[in-house]
Design a protein around this ligand. Structure first.
Ligand SMILES: Nc1ncnc2c1ncn2[C@@H]1O[C@H](COP(=O)(O)OP(=O)(O)OP(=O)(O)O)[C@@H](O)[C@H]1O
Length: 522
């Protein structure tokens, strides 16, 4: 393996769609743009390059400094104090030279009617000039009066090449100052960069610096350290949870159709699949009875394809605890795309709608808009984010979710049948270090008709407690006894499960093989 050194890695820089879009907007003389990003520093550098490429002057405005020229070419002086947003608008109108003007953190002032009006008038004025005003904020807030005037671009998190560049710079500094050792093969550098995907430039820089400070070197053992750092950062956002690939498909009992579908697509994210003409897999909707393995499958998909898993909690998107729901979803999507290829598990997708309705916490307009954003993204996304959405309930699930083009397939996960229950017993006995051959799993499966996978797991756990209390080894009788003491959900939720099955018929594909939904008695 050759070692990693600055400039040694071969990269083919892919076109970055958002930069192309920005370039086109500026070329087409759009008067007002809105860039959503936390990374002022990084965007500043990009805009400086853009201004240079277009031969325009660059100005920035902030509430603390007012309007400032960022170049040297300017001749006409700016007014003394332009910290007031309306004064700044007036000064921009008088610039008299083609320019990019960046308004930093301008969103709070968009709540002021006077400022909104001034910006609107400025936008009309700028249409006949070569100047573009760019609002740069970490959050999106557009008053209705400006909706038609402003074009929004979500700045994606740094991509592979940005992080590669950063790593090269760090390696160069370390080598120059001789303050630490670099022990990275090209493969390890690649893994290190992939581990940092999902971090902002500043976060990645900190993570690399921390890894070096820890033991005075940057090496393969730092990959895990960067992954941990990323997990922390993603957790801090409060919207997504990061799981490293862990569960295997072998831990999922039954669901043969679903497992077959997934296995067929194992290599589907690779370049070879693209060359072959296959589309990138988009996602799955798993609908089904509680406790029958939806979450387990989401985790197993990520492990099977060796991709990290991000769990998106729809409840939190709408909770109102962390910012506006729409902004939350956009943020979560941005993080997911930056970590791609990744599996995004949208847990309880139906919760968004029913949650808002039942809590009375918001109006259904918001939930419909958020859902709309999610569905549009599902349809249009180009980043390799494989979505596994799970749902327990069908009420409130809008019909658009089921429309073609959103998910590759919708699977219905029913209560497990005899052979599946046997398989689930075997899995959970083995997980607790018991040989399934020492038990009659056939008898256990027969006795647990109507039990979910989660309830079967509970039987094994409760049986272990019994045996432990008796100070003996786990035996068939312990399991049989706990089965007899269990009152499965399928009894208490009989009607609900029947409704779910009726609904699933004809709309979904059974996850288990040999199952035909219409014939199954409830
Ligand atoms: N098919 C299965 N094979 C093996 N274990 C299973 C299966 N189904 C469920 N289990 C066990 O039950 C646990 C809970 O199941 P899981 O959370 O995947 O169900 P779910 O369908 O997502 O339920 P919910 O809708 O309540 O979230 C799993 O962690 C696993 O241990």
């Amino acid at each position: 393996m050759s070692s990693f050194s600055p400039g040694s890695a071969r990269v083919s820089r892919p076109a970055e769609p958002w930069l192309e879009e920005l370039d086109i907007f500026v070329r087409a003389r759009y008067p007002l743009l809105y860039l959503v990003s936390w990374e002022e520093h990084r965007v500043d550098a990009i805009l400086a390059e853009l201004a240079r490429a277009h031969g325009k002057a660059l100005f920035t405005w902030s509430i603390t400094r007012g309007l400032r020229s960022m170049g040297t070419s300017r001749t006409a002086p700016l007014p003394e104090d332009t910290r007031n947003p309306i004064d700044a608008m007036a000064a921009i109108e008088k610039l008299g030279e083609p320019a990019l003007v960046v308004l930093k953190d301008f969103h709070p002032y968009l709540e002021d009617r006077g400022v909104v009006r001034a910006l609107r008038e400025l936008a009309h004025f700028l249409k006949s000039t070569f100047t573009t005003v760019i609002l740069l904020s970490p959050t999106l807030l557009i008053p209705v009066e400006l909706e038609k005037e402003i074009s929004v671009i979500d700045v994606p998190m740094p991509g592979y090449n940005d992080l590669l560049q950063l790593l090269r710079e760090i390696v160069a500094v370390v080598r120059r100052t001789n303050k630490a050792t670099i022990d990275l093969s090209r493969d390890h550098a690649d893994q290190l960069i992939k581990a940092a995907l999902g971090l902002t430039m500043a976060e990645a820089e900190n993570a690399f610096a921390k890894a070096i400070a820890h033991d005075g070197k940057l090496g393969p053992e730092d990959i895990k350290r960067i992954q941990d750092e990323k997990r922390q950062v993603i957790r801090k956002s409060g919207l997504l949870e990061y799981y490293p690939p862990e569960e295997s498909l072998g831990n999922v009992g039954g669901l043969e159709n679903l497992k077959g579908w997934l296995s067929q697509r194992t290599a589907a994210f690779g370049e070879r699949a693209r060359q072959f003409g296959l589309p990138e897999p988009r996602g799955l909707l798993l609908l089904g009875v509680q406790g029958c393995g939806k979450s387990l499958t989401a985790k197993a998909v990520s492990a099977h394809w060796n991709l990290p898993l991000l769990r998106l909690d729809m409840g939190r998107i709408f909770s109102g605890l962390i910012g506006s729901s729409e902004e939350n979803l956009r943020k979560a999507i941005r993080v997911a795309e930056s970590v791609a290829p990744v599996v995004l598990w949208v847990d309880e997708i139906e919760k968004g709608l029913s949650g808002v309705a039942s809590s009375g916490a918001g109006d259904t307009g918001v939930s419909a808009r958020v859902f709309g954003t999610l569905l549009t993204w599902l349809q249009e996304k180009t980043a390799p984010v494989f979505v596994v959405a799970t749902a327990n309930r069908i009420d409130g699930l809008p019909p658009e979710v089921l429309r073609k083009g959103r998910f590759d397939e919708i699977f219905f996960i029913d209560l497990p049948e005899q052979a599946e229950r046997e398989a689930i017993f075997r899995i959970h006995l083995r997980r607790r270090k018991r040989e399934p051959e020492g038990f009659s799993t056939e008898e256990l499966a027969t006795l647990t008709e109507g039990f979910s996978g989660a309830e079967i797991e509970q039987v094994v756990v409760a049986g272990l407690y019994e045996a432990f209390a008796e100070d003996t080894e786990l035996a068939q009788r312990h399991l049989v006894r706990t089965i007899q003491d269990t009152f499965p959900l399928s009894v208490t939720m009989h009607d609900e499960i029947r409704r779910l099955r009726d609904w699933a018929r004809g709309r979904t594909r059974p996850a288990s093989s040999g199952r035909t939904l219409p014939q199954r008695a409830t």
